[in-house]
Design a protein around this ligand. Structure first.
Ligand SMILES: [Zn+2]
Length: 312
């Protein structure tokens, strides 16, 4: 309660709040008599038990706990009053802690999704480039054979002569394979069906966490995930890695095309997840919870401008 009080005097109450009880009160009447009257209620408040209007009743500091109360003159029920501050300084501390944990959770979720996308992108470049692996292998064996090495002694799976590779015309491998449509084994993108099974539920949960955002503003919260995924992908391609396995070289040939398409696949799963997440959550709540227990979750409806679920 935050009532306005009519203070009878500027002087503090005679008994400090921590004072021990002067006499053990044995019933309500004598307790009321021995309480210190500190103020008077100047607002309309109904007694919680008998609904008597407590306007004009004395606010007293009861002796036992030193709490400010109003005693209903009709039924004796005690209405407690709260002195400020409501929760003390721990309210701010818990608030700061929760805000910090919330930020950690959001950051961890964003980076995890970015990592998942980057991992599946690497997998997709490897899956889609195995025709080019054979092309590079054949060219390298031919090169080594021209230098006098027997074909079965060439370690083609790990290109050791990087000067040879650096001198190759990369686009020629694509052209020799019959252009992009033939060079890329597109079936490798089936990996994104598996990725979607992971990304969709995460995005759905994300949309429930982001209940304060709707529509485009909700979809835009996915941008940091895709941004970090792009950074991770760039790093895996142009970072400090010195892998020269024939798979990595073949993957680097298709990277320019496969990487952006992979991010597109990831975006489709994520956008579908955030747009369908809350409708799915509402469906689950409706299916799994009896009407009265849905009340605490009614924000799932009101956050999308829908009327709260029926409680009967
Ligand atoms: Zn009452």
């Amino acid at each position: 309660m935050s009532e306005r009080f009519i203070s009878p005097s500027k002087s503090p109450p005679a008994t400090p709040p921590t004072a021990p009880p002067a006499a053990a009160p044995d019933d309500g009447a004598s307790a009321a008599a021995s309480d210190d009257r500190v103020s008077m209620l100047s607002a309309d408040r109904a007694c919680t038990r008998c609904a008597f209007n407590l306007f004009g009743q004395p606010v007293v500091r009861e002796r036992h706990y030193g709490l400010l109360i109003i005693r209903c003159p009709e039924c004796g029920t005690v209405a407690s009053l709260q002195e400020y501050p409501l929760l003390g300084r721990w309210a701010n501390r818990w608030g700061a802690l929760l805000a910090g944990l919330w930020f950690l959770l959001i950051t961890a979720a964003t980076l995890s999704v970015a990592g998942i996308i980057a991992g599946f992108t690497v997998g997709t470049t490897l899956q889609t480039s195995d025709r080019l692996v054979n092309a590079i292998k054949d060219a390298y064996i031919a090169h080594e054979a021209a230098l006098g090495k027997a074909a079965d002694q060439v370690s083609w799976w790990w290109i050791t002569d990087m000067n040879w590779w650096n001198a190759q015309d990369r686009s020629k491998f694509i052209a020799d394979a019959g252009g992009w449509m033939r060079a890329v084994r597109w079936r490798g993108f089936a990996l994104w069906i598996m990725a979607g099974c992971i990304l969709f539920p995460i995005a759905a949960a994300w949309s429930v966490m982001m209940a304060h955002r709707r529509g485009l503003r909700l979809v835009l919260t996915l941008l940091p995930m895709l941004g970090f995924a792009l950074v991770f992908n760039l790093f895996s391609r142009f970072g400090v890695s010195t892998f020269t396995s024939v798979q990595d070289l073949a993957a680097s040939l298709v990277w320019n095309v496969v990487m952006p398409l992979s991010l597109l696949c990831a975006s489709v799963s994520l956008v579908a997840g955030v747009l369908l997440g809350r409708p799915l959550a509402r469906l689950v709540v409706r299916a799994a919870m009896p009407p009265r227990l849905r009340v605490p979750l009614s924000w799932l409806w009101t956050c999308d401008g829908l009327p709260p679920p029926r409680t009967s």
